[in-house]
Design a protein around this ligand. Structure first.
Ligand SMILES: NC(=O)c1ccc[n+]([C@@H]2O[C@H](COP(=O)([O-])OP(=O)(O)OC[C@H]3O[C@@H](n4cnc5c(N)ncnc54)[C@H](O)[C@@H]3O)[C@@H](O)[C@H]2O)c1
Length: 361
């Protein structure tokens, strides 16, 4: 049975990935989820799988060398899927240092621990071991509005925010391990994800939450910054396919072929919510574009990100499957049906869940 060590599995993409993997492989795999449970880590995301015999949660910081080495010593890890990171650009502008600690030093700790566990006396690595570093398209910088310009795997790095600089640094470390030691790894650089379990500081859940509460909908600058949006389950599938079918040492860009201006996203959410809510629902009366409020632009706000996911399609056969129209409806419906999750997250109550569920384990 193949054993996965997933870092950051209590976060947005990590928890969706764990759900995806159990849905796909059921009892054929084992997953160890290591997460420090920062404000962004929420074990309630994994409530439905926490009792599985082939799932283990370990509360640990990826910067804690001893804790990470111990996991490798006690388990024969076959795959590492490294999600754990500080992930919010706005927070990185306010407090860059924690981004360097977690994203750069934490990645170094993970690489060293895997190398130590997997390296043979002759400097080669045990057969079949693989490390996948999950990264972002933001490392490539910003594109202008020319619709024919895209990020490719060969695009030079040009990060602008402390977040993207820390992710670029961690990518470079992984590349250095691959070049220097032939360490068996891949990097994926993905565009903006959306879907269930996303912390409501990020655009889509924030707008859904505020719109339902009749609060203003803050939009940075002129609202015309463009992001490429990918449904999170499609990302989970891409990660699995890269580990199983990709060539080692390669980087694969993962994108949704779905560029949207921020303002389009906000208006779509309002339109879909109006459709979904019953006429008798008092929340419907408040819903209108009048809630939109343009606010001072984010410092150094990148204008446009766009990925051409040609390499992953031609080499591995992965393509985004969820059309935005369908994905955004599914997402809105999920938040709509999980207002208790949203209330817990926004009130901070989810932090008590670990105490309640794990204090005796
Ligand atoms: N969200 C996106 O649109 C997007 C797009 C491309 C790439 N990525 C990358 O994907 C990964 C996951 O992103 P996300 O949106 O799920 O992030 P998230 O913020 O929702 O989750 C991050 C998780 O990592 C954990 N964590 C943070 N610091 C840790 C530490 N020091 N030790 C152990 N665990 C720690 C948190 O508790 C949380 O569970 C990140 O590496 C991010 O850079 C995200």
């Amino acid at each position: 049975m193949r054993t996965y060590l997933v870092t950051g599995g209590a976060g947005f993409i990590g928890s969706n990935y764990i759900h995806y993997m159990f849905k796909k492989y059921d009892n054929e795999i084992r997953i160890i989820n290591v997460d420090a449970l920062t404000y962004a880590g929420n074990l309630e995301n994994l409530k439905d799988i926490e009792d599985r015999d082939n799932y283990t949660f370990v509360k640990a910081n990826i910067c804690d060398r001893d804790a990470i080495n111990k996991i490798f010593e006690e388990n024969d890890i076959d795959r590492v899927v490294h999600f754990a990171a500080e992930s919010h650009v706005d927070r990185s502008i306010v407090n860059p240092e924690i981004f360097v600690q977690t994203n750069v030093l934490g990645t170094a700790t993970m690489l060293n621990a895997a190398k130590k566990a997997w390296e043979l006396p002759d400097g080669t690595f045990k057969e079949g071991k693989k490390f996948l570093h999950v990264s972002t398209d933001e490392v490539y910088g910003s594109l202008d509005d020319d619709p024919t310009a895209f990020f490719y795997e060969t695009t030079p790095y040009s990060p602008h925010s402390p977040y993207s600089a820390s992710k670029a640094s961690s990518d470079m470390l992984v590349k250095a391990y691959m070049d220097t030691y032939k360490f068996p790894a891949n990097i994926t650089n993905c565009s903006n994800n959306y879907g269930p379990y996303q912390f409501p500081e990020k655009l889509i859940p924030l707008i859904i939450n505020n719109a339902l509460a009749g609060k203003t909908l803050p939009v940075y600058g002129d609202g015309k910054n463009v992001r490429d949006w990918l449904y999170v389950e499609d990302h989970a599938k891409a990660i699995d396919m890269v580990q199983e079918k990709g060539r080692l040492f390669e980087t694969y860009n993962v994108g949704g072929h779905n560029e949207k201006q921020n303002i389009e996203i906000v208006k779509t959410i309002i339109d879909v919510l109006k459709d979904e809510l019953d006429d008798s629902d008092p929340r419907k009366a408040n819903l209108s574009y009048d809630l939109i409020k343009y606010v001072e632009d984010r410092k150094g706000h990148d204008r446009r990100y766009a990925i051409a996911p040609d390499k992953i399609k031609s080499e591995i056969g992965w393509e985004p499957e969820t059309m935005f129209k369908e994905g955004i409806r599914k997402t809105i419906k999920w938040y709509f049906d999980h207002m208790d999750w949203m209330a817990n997250v926004t009130s901070g109550d989810y932090e008590k869940y670990y105490e309640k569920m794990y204090k005796n384990k």
